[in-house]
Design a protein around this ligand. Structure first.
Ligand SMILES: [Zn+2]
Length: 256
C-alpha cells in the first residue's frame, strides 16, 4: 500500500486550495497533527465523534473534513465533547485536515461546483458580485423546468425532500438559479439582485419565507449536510488518485 508524507500532502493541498486567500471563521489546513505517513484517508462533512469512531475502525491516518474545529467564538478549553474528539484523534495518531471556505469555493472540487454538476446547472457568474472567490454561484439549467420538477430533482440527487417556499406571484418555470451550499439563507438578497428564478441553499430561517414570497423567488432549503457532502468526497477521491492512497467517504446522517 502506498503512503504520502503529511508534509507532501499538506503542501499539495495548500497549492490546490489557496487557504491564505480566504478570511474564514476557522483555521484551514492541518488542525490536529498525527502520524507522519498517510496511507488511509477518511473524508466526511463534519469531524463529529461518529465520524472519528468510524475512522478509527477503518485504520485512518488522516481525516479530511469541511467542518473541523476551533471556530471563532467557541469555548477554547478541551473539555466535554471537544476534549473527547481531540483525545480520540491524538490517541489514535490521526491527522485532522479541515477546509471550510476554500472547499466551498474551489472551481473543481468545491461544494458549489459539485452540487451544480449533480443538479445539471451551468455556472454563469459568482453570487458575490465582484468577488473572484465568490461563495455561491449563479447559473442556468439546460432548459426551463417547473418548480415542482426542480424540487423533485433536488430530492432525488440529495436523498431528502427539500423545503420549498414558492413566491406569492407564482412563477411557472425555473431556468436561472443561484445556489450556495450550507447555511447561506441570508444570501437570498444576493439571489434577488442577481434576478434568478430560484435560490437553493442548505438552511432556512423564519424571515426567509417572507422574503421569498414577497420578492417573487422560489426558495429551496435542501439541507446543510446534504448540500455539503460532495466537495470533500470529490477532493478525497482526487487525493487517493494523485497519491495512490486509500480513501473512504463516511456519511454520518444529519437531518439539517
Ligand atoms: Zn457548512
Amino acid at each position: 500500500m502506498s503512503t504520502v508524507s503529511r508534509n507532501e500532502l499538506m503542501n499539495y493541498l495548500t497549492g490546490l486550495l489557496s487557504p491564505a486567500s480566504f478570511k474564514d471563521y476557522c483555521e484551514n489546513g492541518l488542525q490536529v497533527e498525527g502520524v507522519d505517513q498517510i496511507g488511509t484517508l477518511v473524508s466526511g462533512v463534519t469531524a463529529c465523534q461518529a465520524l472519528l469512531d468510524r475512522a478509527v475502525e477503518l485504520n485512518a491516518d488522516a481525516i479530511l473534513v469541511h467542518h473541523g474545529y476551533f471556530w471563532k467564538g467557541e469555548p477554547q478549553s478541551l473539555v466535554g465533547m471537544k476534549g473527547r474528539r481531540i483525545r480520540t484523534l491524538i490517541k489514535n495518531d490521526i491527522n485532522l485536515i479541515a477546509y471550510h471556505l476554500p472547499l466551498d469555493v474551489h472551481a473543481e472540487y468545491g461544494n458549489n461546483t459539485q452540487l451544480a454538476k449533480l443538479l445539471g446547472l451551468t455556472v454563469t457568474e459568482g453570487l458575490e458580485e465582484g468577488n473572484p472567490l465568490s461563495v455561491g454561484s449563479v447559473g442556468e439549467l439546460s432548459e426551463p423546468i417547473t418548480a415542482q420538477a426542480f424540487s423533485e430533482r433536488l430530492a432525488s440527487v440529495l436523498g431528502r425532500e427539500p423545503l420549498h417556499i414558492a413566491p406569492d406571484r407564482e412563477k411557472e418555470q425555473i431556468h436561472r438559479v443561484a445556489w450556495c451550499t450550507g447555511a447561506a439563507q441570508s444570501y437570498i438578497y444576493k439571489a434577488i439582485v442577481a434576478e434568478v428564478d430560484a435560490f437553493v441553499t442548505g438552511e432556512i430561517s423564519e424571515p426567509t419565507v417572507h422574503t421569498a414570497r414577497e420578492e417573487g423567488i422560489h426558495f429551496y432549503s435542501a439541507g446543510h449536510h446534504a448540500t455539503e457532502r460532495y466537495g470533500v468526497k470529490a477532493l478525497g477521491e482526487h487525493l487517493a488518485e494523485t497519491f495512490g492512497i486509500q480513501h473512504h467517504f463516511v456519511d454520518v446522517d444529519n437531518p439539517v
